[in-house]
Ligand binder design. Structure first.
Ligand code: UDP
Ligand code: MG
Length: 316
């Protein structure tokens, strides 16, 4: 069990209590790995106390805030176990669903995804933007994904190993999991309200998250230029014909307004395409830097001999 925690101090105890109650009732052997994503409140102290109380709790603290995906990835790197369940630390993903995921896994399913049915917390705006994003994403990348997909899922250890070995700098874990394949099943769940605390995702974070996901999964926007360039070439050829025609008819060339219109339109398109190329170039630059995707500062509950892994080990 892996959960990222960013400023969730008040959620640690209820989270650990509910998750361990469910897992014990199901008679499962488990560990709860909590990843402190550079919190500025008492999250790390709360994780330490939980680990002291419950030997199944382990903690990893990142050196700064790496974002939800970075923290989850760090957790997946350090999780042991034949199957690993990832979920949010605010109890919006009901622990009671975990036995259903495990049952599917026992039938041989390697990746058990979940689908959010609806949540009292989910506003109309979020629902709409989320749906629009997944439609666009599936179109552009060819990787099929449903709206309402989240990072509440069970991974078999083989799927986990494959995921952890992928070298993408732009972590978009649900996309990577979808890309991996494996026998997959989707289990619906009813999202709950946050136990306490405030949501950490701002619109800006959401936009960066989704544009990063699109850029790392699709090169289609780069090819946009070919189509646009072709259409504009045809148009300018037609205009050239028209200009020659008026010239040979001896009529005066019309004023500069039309020229300016065409020019500014061309420049607009040109800059958009340049921007797209720049965005991909930036991605290549980031990958070349080959920086780790997370850095660990402290751990609790790990055996002293346990190998200490950073996000450095890439497949490449
Ligand atoms: N989270 C994190 N790092 C961040 C933002 C969020 O580890 O930079 C964690 C957060 O503590 C929570 C989970 O990711 O456990 C989901 O965050 P949140 O509830 O804010 O997202 P939402 O439910 O609104 O999608
Ligand atoms: Mg939440």
């Amino acid at each position: 069990m892996v959960a990222p925690m960013y400023n969730e101090e008040s959620n640690i105890d209820p989270f650990v209590d509910r998750v361990s109650a469910v897992l014990e009732e199901a008679g499962l052997n488990y560990e709860i790995l909590l990843v402190d994503d550079g919190s500025r409140d008492g999250t790390w102290a709360a994780i330490g106390r939980a680990a002291a109380r419950n030997p199944s709790v382990r903690g990893v603290s990142l050196s700064r805030n790496f974002g939800h995906q970075g923290a989850l990835f760090a957790g997946l790197n350090h999780a042991r176990g034949a199957a690993i369940v990832s979920m949010d630390g605010d109890l919006q993903h009901p622990p009671e669903t975990i036995p259903l995921l495990v049952a599917a896994w026992r039938e041989g399913v390697k990746v058990v995804n979940t689908r959010r049915l609806d949540s009292a917390d989910t506003g109309l705006f979020k629902r709409f933007t989320s749906r629009a994003f997944y439609v666009l994403f599936s179109r552009l990348s060819g990787v099929q994904m449903e709206a309402g997909a989240s990072d509440f899922r069970l991974l078999d250890h083989s799927a986990r190993d494959a995921l952890v070995g992928m070298g993408d700098t732009d972590l978009f874990i649900r996309g990577l999991v979808s890309w991996l394949g494996f026998t997959t099943r989707t289990v619906p769940y009813q999202a709950r309200n946050r136990h306490s605390g405030v949501p950490k995702f701002t619109l800006k974070k959401m936009l960066r998250f989704s544009s990063g996901a699109l850029l790392s999964f699709s090169v289609l926007p780069l090819r946009l230029g070919i189509g646009v360039g072709f259409v504009t070439s045809v148009l300018s050829f037609l205009e050239l014909c028209y200009i020659l025609f008026t010239y040979f008819c001896g009529r005066a060339i019309p004023g500069w307004a039309s020229v300016m219109t065409v020019m500014s339109l061309m420049f607009g398109i040109l800059f958009v395409l340049l921007g797209i190329i720049g965005a991909y170039l930036g991605k290549i630059y980031e990958i070349l830097k080959n920086r780790p995707r997370f850095v660990i500062e402290r751990t609790v509950g790990f055996e002293p001999s346990a190998p200490f892994r950073h996000g450095l080990d890439r497949a490449r």
